[in-house]
Design a binder for this molecule. Structure first.
Ligand code: SF4
Length: 511
């Protein structure tokens, strides 16, 4: 078992990971620095437990983290390998996971992945086959020995050899409105149900949002370990983040102003930003989080060393630094009542109730009525639908006519993409295949900004829209359900028939 994993499970030591973004190409300064940094960690004895290596960050191509993790392992340095669901289909995921397992690289951070923004001779084709909740479930099933079809000569069911992944994943608590936060927590629930081993929130500078995740885990009585996320913020990075160019990251105008002032110092604000990172790390220690994910552009070993040592020194006074991290947005929504003293008393763990925005959509109203009367098991409508599709199954010509009509209706109402494995019910009757750039079926990715989509800032995130439709009707239960991956064998076939005849995901045993 790995030391990183063991220590997180033991919970006796504050765990530290340092993030690296090695960038494009097989060689170059950014790539070599990762290895050199690892060598310094191994020689120094500084409590850095793993190097966290990104996977095509920002939707750009980059050297894969697996190969660097292997090089680091040969120097006795552990890694946390980022495993981005963007760009891989489920088969590629399994191939990559098998390779990681074979090399003994078992600490994996599963993320939704950024929407592609660049690539060879144009922007790369977006591939979002599994979302992060589905990918965690898949890798956990590999840990248990993924069942395969058939039996061996002894009559034992076939299965893949067991893997031993330790799976981390994220949550983005910095969403501004109720819908963003609620749906993020729904997705977190699904990741925890899938068996995730560690939660690392998105980076940010509003401590109340980190505390919200901690409170949420307590409120739901989840015991999964939680890290803090501390990015050493320089002025150039702050400017980029302030413009919203890093998905899911919030740097407010007020924080940017502070950095602009600090940058006027002779050291261009370096000391101030390292101290800020040490203070944030001290708060995470004080809050009892299991560790911290440290990152920042162009940081040297000595910078990490300063942050780690100084944060240890100032941890006894951690509460005095809390007011330095109040960079929330105007009219920000918080899930729990304010608790400036951070008492975590039970009465502070009751979510704030706010009336949801009222929306009236004829499309939604009719879809809901149809679902209740026809697509709900046990209704007369369902029995008739099932009988009809049994009848059509045996009459292909009539079936084709019926599918033609279904297609016209679903295209007109939902911009249906004919996946044949419909999830409209789980996303407020919005099609995740056409309305979500990443086809997310189990909750939002972490990239939305003020409720707008990471990939198209002119469009509202589909999950914010779904929440707006469902919350007023108290029908949020449908988005809480785990939705398995699309079965592409059903593509371009009747999703109504597949539903009535139990051929789509609703016909499989519930997860
Ligand atoms: S619609 Fe929402 S979940 Fe889908 S890509 Fe955009 S921000 Fe992410």
């Amino acid at each position: 078992m790995s030391t990183f994993r063991e220590k997180i499970i033991e919970g006796k030591e504050f765990i530290i990971t340092c993030e690296f973004v090695p960038g494009r190409g097989s060689r170059g300064q950014a790539v070599e620095e990762v290895i050199k940094f690892g060598e310094k960690v191994a020689a120094s004895g500084l409590p850095i437990h793993a190097l966290s290596i990104t996977d095509n960050p920002g939707g750009n191509p980059a050297i894969g983290p697996d190969v660097l993790a292997e090089e680091l392992a040969s120097r006795n340095v552990e890694s946390l390998v980022h495993f981005s669901c963007a760009g891989m289909n489920r088969n590629t995921m399994e191939s990559r996971a098998s390779g990681l397992a074979r090399k003994g690289l078992e600490n994996v951070l599963v993320v939704s992945g950024d929407y592609p923004v660049g690539g060879y001779q144009g922007t790369a084709r977006p591939v979002f086959d599994l979302d992060s909740a589905q990918a965690i479930r898949y890798l956990k099933e590999m840990n248990a020995g993924l069942p395969l079809p058939g039996k061996n000569k002894e009559g034992v069911p076939n299965a893949l050899p067991q893997t031993n992944f330790f799976l981390a994943s994220g949550v983005a608590p910095f969403g501004k409105n109720q819908a963003e936060l609620y749906t993020q927590f729904v997705k977190l629930d699904k990741k925890i149900a899938a068996g995730v081993d560690l939660i690392i929130p998105q980076l940010g500078y509003d401590i109340r949002k980190f505390v919200e995740v901690l409170k949420y885990l307590k409120y739901r009585r989840f015991s999964v370990p939680l890290f803090g996320n501390c990015y050493v913020l320089s002025r150039p990075a702050a400017r980029i983040m302030n413009k919203g160019e890093v998905p899911g990251v919030v740097v407010t105008d007020e924080l940017l102003q502070v950095l602009e002032k600090e940058a006027a110092a002779a050291d261009k604000g370096k000391q101030a930003r390292l101290q800020r990172a040490a203070q944030l790390t001290a708060i995470f220690r004080g809050l009892g989080l299991r560790g911290v994910h440290l990152g920042g552009f162009g940081l040297k070993f000595e910078d990490f060393e300063f942050i780690i040592k100084y944060s240890q020194e100032i941890t006894p006074n951690w509460r005095t630094f809390v007011p330095n991290f109040g960079f929330g947005k105007k009219d920000e929504y918080y899930f729990f009542p304010d608790d400036p003293e951070l008492t975590f008393k039970e009465d502070k763990l009751v979510p704030v109730a706010r009336p949801a925005r009222k929306l009236f959509s004829v499309n939604f109203g009719l879809s809901r009525l149809t679902h209740r009367t026809v697509f709900t098991k046990g209704t007369i409508g369902f029995a008739l639908g099932k009988a009809l599709y049994r009848f059509l199954e045996k009459r292909p010509a009539l079936g084709r006519v019926s599918y033609f009509m279904e297609r016209q209706i679903k295209r007109m109402l939902f911009d249906c993409q004919e996946c044949g494995d419909c999830a409209l019910f789980n996303v407020g009757y919005l099609c995740p295949m056409s309305q979500c750039a990443k086809s997310q079926r189990n909750g939002p990715c972490g990239g939305s900004r003020n409720g707008m989509c990471e990939a198209d800032a002119a469009k509202q995130c589909i999950w914010v829209r779904a929440y707006g439709r469902l919350a007023p009707s108290r029908a949020l239960g449908s988005i809480n359900e785990y939705v398995p991956p699309v079965n592409y064998a059903l593509s371009k076939s009747t999703s109504w028939g597949n539903y009535f005849l139990g051929k789509d995901h609703t016909g499989r045993p519930a997860a």
